[in-house]
Ligand binder design. Sequence first.
Ligand code: GDP
Ligand code: IMO
Ligand code: MG
Length: 456
Amino acid sequence: MPNVIVVGAQWGDEGKAKVVDLLAEHADVVVRCQGGCNAGHTVKHAGETYKFHLIPSGLLYGNKTCVIGPGTVIDPDVLLGEMADLQKRGISMDGLHISHRAHVTLPFHRELDGAVEQLRQKAENDTGKNACGGQIGTTKKGIGPTYMDKVGRFGVRLVDILEPTEPLSARLQQILDFRGDTMQAQGVTPPSLDDLLAHCQRVAKELKPYITDTTPLLYKVAKQGKQLLFEGAQGTLLDVDHGTYPFVTSSNATAGGACTGSGVGPTKMDHTIGVMKAYTTRVGEGPFPTELTDSVGQHLQTVGAEFGTTTGRTRRCGWFDGVMAHYSVMVNGLDSVALTKLDVLDGLDEIKLCTGYTLPNGDVIEGFPATVRQLASVTPVYDTMPGWPGEKTEGVLTWDGLPTNAKAFVERLEALMQCPVSMVSVGPERTATITRQPLVAGMAVATGEPLQPVTC
Ligand code: GDP
Ligand code: IMO
Ligand code: MG
């Protein structure tokens, strides 16, 4: 298999872990590159459900090297809890390697995340204006504050907490000096240096066997021609540079983040797969042009079991957005798309897909809006296609076996996105996948006509 980046191409929860799980069989190393325990990646296999937050889902195979890369942020207690849960289920941690350059989420980062959300909402309520958009609806896992300290250049990395007491203590004093005043202003009581030191030394001891310099490890693996699989977290529209800012996460969730976040250069990347649902979901706040609050939205939410893996929040649901999808193809340089949850559309009489946006004055927008004000003002232009009521995609294992209208829907999406659909997923289980364009000989169920790449 080539070295593959699996990237979320919408607002997260697209089914990345299912696609990673499917490809991991053919990979030697699986790498998480960015984000932290805000991610919730679900794998269903042989009737069992596994939820991953920080650990690459490839660990399920037992014989894989799994790397948590330098671009991630790590809450040690959450990671240790996840490791313990998986170990209880018989999954070995022997293959796990964590970059010593990854930044540490400290307990006050989590508190700050909640406090800043409240302040944003208060500012919104006080002004009554949509100035900065109120709450983001974060996962409250401390992700934003940890990345803020990283970029502020006073963050604490795993390599720092492994240091002897004296240099570590000085590092922690520095972060308290820089952070103390703002923490207090935001309603969070700064911890004492002693408590922070004790916390860091405790978790350092437990994580030490797994912490290493992952850069030479990945370099050697790539040089030996072994296969690397990069497991994206979040999604393109949550990317801090390319997403619906400020309603985004604090890392680069796009394909470029796989390079910067892993320390593996772009020359080693062979194929980028964007994972998209056959409709759209979003957790948290922010504009969502194709959102549905009617019975169809209810169908997508219920049949798709659209609840967040990390927070349990109900995911907002809407029609597939072709404008967003094409933007995602561009910004990630997608080679192909893995289309998930087609089965959730089973039973609908008609299916809409958004082909463009119009502004309040009737003008059609070129490109994807950069301001949430403009994105919130657009009206989606829809194509309406017939559904396949009375037929099912669920349980179908071949392209030819899909209902004719379902195939037409997928082909319409390809034309709209200007990117081929290499995989169609029709259920959460590993086996519920139609592989149209195998990345390796004999991969999964290879059927149907070979894909003709659509030119952009
Ligand atoms: P991720 O964060 O992108 O890995 O996605 P999540 O795990 O947060 O959410 C995707 C959910 O959809 C999980 O519960 C998966 O088991 C489920 N899922 C993935 N692919 C399919 C599919 O094709 N059909 C159905 N019905 N469920 C799917
Ligand atoms: P996976 O990897 C869906 C969303 C949050 C919020 C915004 C910022 O499972 O696809 P943060 O806690 O990161 O500061 O929150 O980003 N968000 C996700 N939404 N899937 C995720 O991860 C997400 N990670 C963060 O809901 O809107
Ligand atoms: Mg998820």
